[in-house]
Design a protein around this ligand. Structure first.
Ligand code: 5GP
Length: 115
């Protein structure tokens, strides 16, 4: 599973275009092609692993470092008052692309974040 080349590898290799939001040595973030809301962003490690529990400490640390920063950027860019972080592992958990990814899904509601 982990060795399978996915659509996200093709994005990482520049073979398929994406709307890039952030990139560093270990992480790429880009807009979801089928957004659940405006600003729906995907955050992926450059390491090719299907599931969260397979990730190296280095990739995990890199994602952990940027995720709050990216959530903040998404809030600011969209004016969201709330957001979901979603991370699916396995087909039964509705994972469609078998390369680790975090969804940042901005929401608008009556009860704000107070930011
Ligand atoms: P999953 O269900 O695996 O957690 O979510 C996979 C996500 O990848 C979906 O929200 C889907 O819209 C997104 N996606 C699939 N293919 C592409 C693509 O080629 N480009 C981008 N930007 N997003 C994609």
């Amino acid at each position: 599973m982990t060795q399978t080349r996915t659509i996200f590898d093709r994005i990482l290799e520049g073979e398929i275009p994406c709307h890039r939001v952030y990139e560093d040595e270990h992480v790429l973030a880009f807009l979801d092609i089928g957004p659940l809301s405006e600003g729906h962003t995907l955050v992926i490690p450059k390491e090719r692993k299907a599931f969260l529990h397979e990730l190296s400490d280095e990739s995990a640390a890199a994602i952990g470092r940027v995720l709050p920063r990216l959530a903040r950027a998404v809030i600011q860019a969209t004016g969201a008052t709330a957001y979901n972080i979603l991370q699916n592992n396995g087909a039964e958990a509705h994972q469609a692309v078998f390369h680790v990814h975090f969804h940042i899904i901005p929401k608008r509601g009556e009860r704000g974040l107070g930011v």
